[in-house]
Design a protein around this ligand. Structure first.
Ligand SMILES: Cc1ncc(COP(=O)(O)O)c(C=O)c1O
Length: 419
């Protein structure tokens, strides 16, 4: 049998595709049972509403209604779209079924945005650091991502202005700004309310679109005293300038792959066609399970429990880090979401530390994976969402040992880390 050189068959974008750092960490986890993983942003499985879903699935399957297992509308199961309209109103966002589509996870929403809006070499502005899934989706169509530095309250407006002016001066086409204002993946940052308003004004002034990705919005902790601190940029959008994505992955279950996308009708018409080419429609069973979970009050009952649960998870990780590292590690205190963004002090490097940590039985995602530009290696993303408190403590203890190994090696040889 002659061997086939597949490289000749790949498209340009196929050739350029690289496995994400997070997926790679998933493989490590599968390979090693005792590994403590702070890598993927998985919800805690015990929080899934197992019993409620069992009852709902039983009712749906007993009903023998075609819609449960039949092909459905590309935009989504109509009663779910109507429930989403109500749910969006609780977030201050006015929408209607003609401005919504259900998607297979928000990841599909990002892919649709990329395919409908971006030509090769178009520019998307992103926060530095930014969510790797969005980076992959936008890069897969050949777009260039340009990062903009963030302050404590979100993007630095001067840097944003300067970046846009430079790119336009170079004749580049800048299409949109991608942001995760609530408990950003990877930093956990909550963007300030005033900054959100400034971003919308800025996009209006410069005639750009904003892609607002909001999967963590409902998972705020007690130190967010007013829910209004999570107010979506889309809530103040009167021009249809904001494309808004959210998901049930973190609040119900990611395996159902039910999320949604809200956009102006003219954009939505194209997203619908792109989705049709991609998957024809979402699965009916998953959509109807989510719809019933909303209608029966399962989702509403989940949310306070999830907030308390993830806050306790965060507290456990923060306490363990304080105990193990003292002041040797600093981090941004997450006020919601799944992630703690830690800054390794001294000569330490998140990429170089990773194999050492792995040998000690703990993994995380090196911060460099979230930077689209520059060589920033001081950070690590620790996800506190999935491991039990006991495993969080164990993982942090292992991480501390890894840091000792690395600094010991650094002291006895050349620095472990290049900065
Ligand atoms: C910021 C952000 N956007 C989108 C997603 C994708 O979520 P989904 O499961 O809805 O595809 C994630 C998942 O971690 C995320 O963190």
């Amino acid at each position: 049998m002659t061997s086939v050189n597949y490289d000749q068959f790949f498209s340009r974008s196929g050739l350029a595709m690289r496995e994400s750092a997070i997926r790679r960490m998933g493989t490590v986890l599968a390979d090693a049972r005792d590994m403590v993983s702070f890598a993927p942003g998985y919800p805690t499985e015990s929080t899934f509403p197992w019993d409620a879903f069992r009852a709902i699935a039983d009712d749906l399957l007993r009903s023998r209604q075609g819609t449960v297992l039949q092909y459905g509308a590309t935009r989504g199961y109509r009663p779910l779209l109507e429930s989403l309209t109500t749910l969006m109103a609780t977030r201050g966002i006015t929408t209607s079924p003609d401005r919504l589509t259900v998607t297979n996870g928000s990841q599909q929403g990002l892919d649709l945005v990329a395919r409908v809006l971006l030509n090769p070499d178009d520019v998307v502005l992103v926060e530095l650091p930014s969510y790797t899934g969005a980076i992959s989706a936008f890069r897969s169509v050949g777009a260039e991502l340009v990062g903009v530095a963030q302050d404590a309250d979100g993007l630095n407006m001067e840097a944003l202005d300067a970046t846009l002016a430079r790119l336009r001066g170079e004749g580049r086409t800048v299409k949109c700004l991608y942001v995760v204002p609530n408990f950003q993946n990877p930093t956990g940052l909550l963007v300030g309310l005033e900054k959100r308003r400034l971003l919308l004004d800025w996009a209006t002034r410069h005639d750009l679109l904003i892609v607002e990705d909001d999967p963590y919005r409902d998972l705020y902790f007690e130190d967010v005293t007013r829910e209004s601190e999570t107010r979506a940029i889309a809530a103040d959008d009167v021009d249809g300038r904001v494309i808004y994505l959210s998901s049930f992955s973190k609040t119900l279950a990611p395996g159902l792959r039910v999320a949604w996308l809200h956009a102006a009708p003219a954009l939505m018409a194209k997203f619908e066609i792109a989705k049709q080419a991609s998957d024809l429609c979402n699965g009916g069973l998953g959509q109807q399970m989510v719809h019933q979970a909303i209608e029966r009050g399962v989702l509403a009952a989940q949310l306070p429990q999830l907030r308390a649960h993830y806050q306790a998870q965060r507290d456990c990780m923060v306490d363990a880090l304080h105990g193990a590292f003292g002041t040797a590690l600093t981090w941004l205190q997450p006020r919601g979401g799944f992630f703690l963004w830690a800054n390794l002090s001294g000569p330490m490097d998140g990429d170089a530390l990773l194999p050492i940590a792995q040998a000690r039985g703990v993994i995380y995602v090196a911060g460099s994976a979230f930077f689209v530009s520059g060589d920033e290696r001081r950070f690590i993303r620790l996800s506190f969402s999935a491991p039990t408190p006991e495993r969080i403590r164990e993982g942090v203890a292992r991480l501390a040992l890894a840091v000792t190994d690395a600094t010991g090696a650094a002291a006895s040889t050349t620095p472990v880390a290049s900065r």
